[in-house]
Design a binder for this molecule. Structure first.
Ligand code: HEM
Length: 283
């Protein structure tokens, strides 16, 4: 397959994949399959997908460097735009829930901190999606990079919004925060460590510890729960899997994927050499 064909298929598969959660949600809503509170379920689902896609768009730079596969960057823009669209749908469902009363919506956004920050993230994601085209990139020149740097604080604030609305069930936002920590720490590593197994092992340990810290820190700061009561949960098998365990598993899977990506071509080369040596008689 040529490089152009690969990019075509990658773009097509990504676009279909990005539409599937929305189609699934629309179908379940239409067929009354969203449980007793369909609007709440739809709000949660679109919010979850918005955060997931923001994290996915941030993972493409490390994925390209680690898997040495250039076409991956070709789908970054559409993943970022999809994140903004899911966030937009999330907001519209909220407005629908408020019976389209924009005065109530504006008052709630101004009054409730978690909605104020959610709205700020939505504005940032919308601005990034609109300016993601080549035309805007040319028009904004160096400022384009500065503007798109806002994705990092926007992702962090989106996760805070996730934490706040999750109340006491902070497993999912803590997992998202751990993955975000991995993605940010990877960017902070010295260039040589970023693609080495040592770097990835250090990253796995650091992201896991960060997740432990986020979880215990949140319970302590927001709910006043002593961290010494939360930390032991991470070593209690009955309470597994904790967010930190999930972050560790994802980090280890990254290492396995990189090992396979590098190991398989090396094995192929070795087998081809052996095969040639065994079939072609030495001169
Ligand atoms: C004006 C903008 C926004 C509004 C009004 C809003 C509103 C809400 C509401 C009402 C909930 C559910 C609260 C509950 O059930 O108690 C929620 C949850 C959530 N929101 Fe937003 N939000 C906004 C922006 C965003 C953005 C931009 C993102 C992500 C990029 C986001 C991600 C989430 C997530 C992940 C959840 C939790 C879903 C879950 O619990 O499974 N929100 N939001």
């Amino acid at each position: 397959m040529t490089a152009i064909q690969k990019i075509f298929w990658l773009r097509l598969v990504t676009t279909v994949g990005l539409c599937l959660p929305a189609l699934n949600l629309a179908w379940r809503w239409y067929s009354d399959d969203l449980g007793p509170r369909p609007v709440t379920e739809a709000t949660h689902s679109t919010g979850d997908w918005a955060v997931t896609l923001v994290l996915l768009s941030l993972s493409l730079t490390p994925a390209r460097a680690l898997l040495d596969w250039m076409p991956l960057v070709q789908v970054r823009r559409r993943i970022g735009v999809a994140a903004a669209l899911y966030a937009g749908a999330h907001f519209l469902i909220y407005v629908f829930d408020q019976k389209w009363d924009l005065i109530v919506v504006a008052t709630e956004i101004a009054k409730r901190f978690y909605l104020t920050i959610g709205f700020t993230v939505l504005l940032v994601l919308a601005a990034l999606a609109i300016t993601s085209t080549n035309g805007w990139q040319r028009k904004l020149r160096r400022n384009w990079k500065r503007l798109h740097w806002l994705i990092y604080p926007a992702a962090a604030v989106a996760i805070v919004h996730f934490f706040i609305q999750s109340k006491l069930q902070i497993g999912e936002p803590a997992f998202a925060a751990g993955l975000f920590a991995w993605l940010m720490l990877w960017r902070l590593l010295p260039a040589k460590l970023r693609t080495s197994f040592l770097g990835l092992a250090l990253l796995a340990v650091a992201a896991t510890l960060f997740t432990v810290g986020f979880e215990a820190g949140w319970y302590w700061l927001v709910n006043g729960i002593d961290p010494l009561r939360v930390l032991p949960a991470n070593i209690d098998p009955e309470l597994a899997p904790r967010p930190a365990h999930k972050v560790l598993v994802v980090s280890l899977l990254v290492i396995v994927a990189v090992a396979l990506r590098r190991g398989i071509p090396a094995l192929k080369r070795l087998f081809t050499r052996r095969y040639i040596q065994s079939t072609i008689p030495a001169p």
